[in-house]
Design a binder for this molecule. Structure first.
Ligand code: PMP
Length: 346
């Protein structure tokens, strides 16, 4: 008798097809129905699994990559982790050039996934030969059989979401989606998903989320790159200090900017009220929904899909650390009784 084993061949087969989960508490009082596309259900715990797999497989199809070759990127974040994971299964070396600003945890995590990590000085300008951009470029030039992923300027980043995230949302909502709310970093997620959804129904509103300290919102509204908009902020993965060619600004209807503090509290709120352990930018998306609601974007008929990009476990020493929240002054504006409760629990 033939026995069938119900198993996946490897971890990559689990990429995509993430669930939509109804938000029951955090959007209480706002008109409309709200659902989160929870990208932490990808095996690498973020939406970046989709682009890592797609970009590598496209390079394979074009004959640019063969087993033993090298994948190179400049990132300490989710993309690096996903690239390292895909490289393991497909038999590539993975080199990541990261800034010395990256936490030890993050660097250890990438090394645990088998990546070779070059830590480059954070205080040098982008055109300095020691900067992580130039180190990655040099390694790419020097390494035969290497591919430089370059996610901010790679159209395949957009394509990955056009081919997967967009169709999944359309199918999961039976075509009833009225609004998409998504962060913009490289812009790959929002641009690719928007392109697919607008092709199905051009009336779907595409609402972007940007950070204070980033140039994207102003560029969207004026097509002006205003360097006065740039200042340091805490949220990682959201907003940018340059204009990525992976962002299709025409596909986005509107942007709001969110603060570090409100987004951090919103991430903790999602976790505490919905039991969904999600990352900092998921908090940014919830905060943006609240601001868009104040601007009158939604009504009782709205079907709003929020993309939650990654998992809360990546932020244990930040948003989910009371000490870190305190150091940032993020508990200053809440009443002292709550702060005392935090102290007592510790
Ligand atoms: N959230 C997190 C945590 C991210 O790492 C990123 C990627 N930079 C984003 C949101 C934004 O996604 P995208 O780059 O596709 O715009």
């Amino acid at each position: 008798m033939e026995r069938k084993i119900n198993a996946y061949n490897n971890v990559l087969e689990l990429i995509g097809n993430t669930p939509l989960i109804k938000l029951n508490k955090v959007t209480e009082g706002i008109e409309g129905s709200f659902y989160a596309k929870v990208e932490a259900f990808n095996p690498g715990h973020s939406s970046k699994d989709r682009i890592a797999l797609h970009i590598i497989e496209e390079a394979e199809k074009k004959g640019i990559l063969s087993p033993g070759d090298t994948i190179i990127e400049t990132t300490s974040g989710n993309t690096g982790f996903s690239l390292a994971m895909v490289s393991i299964i497909k038999g590539y070396s993975c080199i990541l050039a990261v800034s010395s600003k990256s936490s030890k945890d993050k660097i250890d995590m990438l090394r645990s996934m088998g990546a070779k990590v070059y830590v480059c000085p954070a205080h040098v300008s982008a055109d300095d030969e020691r900067s992580y951009y130039n180190v990655a470029k040099r390694l790419h030039e020097e390494t035969k059989g290497s591919v430089y992923i370059n996610q901010y300027f790679n159209q395949l980043n957009v394509d990955a979401h056009y081919k997967s995230t967009g169709p999944e949302i359309w199918k999961q909502t039976n075509g009833t989606i009225t609004h998409l709310v998504a962060c913009s970093g490289t812009g790959g997620t929002i641009s690719g998903t928007a392109k697919y959804l607008k092709e199905q129904n051009p009336n779907i509103r595409i609402l972007g989320v940007d950070a204070f300290g980033s140039v994207l919102k102003k560029y969207h509204e004026t097509r002006e790159f205003d360097k006065n908009e740039i200042y340091p902020y805490r949220i990682e993965g959201l907003g940018k200090n340059l204009i990525p060619s992976a962002t299709d600004f025409d596909s986005i209807d509107k942007f709001v900017k969110v603060t570090d503090e409100q987004s951090a509290h919103a991430a903790r709120e999602i976790t505490k009220k919905e039991g969904l352990f999600v990352g900092y930018t998921s908090g940014a998306v919830l905060q943006a929904i609240k601001q868009y609601a104040d601007e009158g974007e939604f009504d009782a008929e709205s079907v709003v899909i929020a993309i939650f990009p990654d998992h809360g476990s990546r932020y244990m020493s930040k948003v989910f650390s009371d000490d870190w929240m305190n150091e940032q002054g993020f508990f200053d504006s809440i009443n002292q009784e709550d702060v005392q409760k935090v102290e007592m629990i510790k």
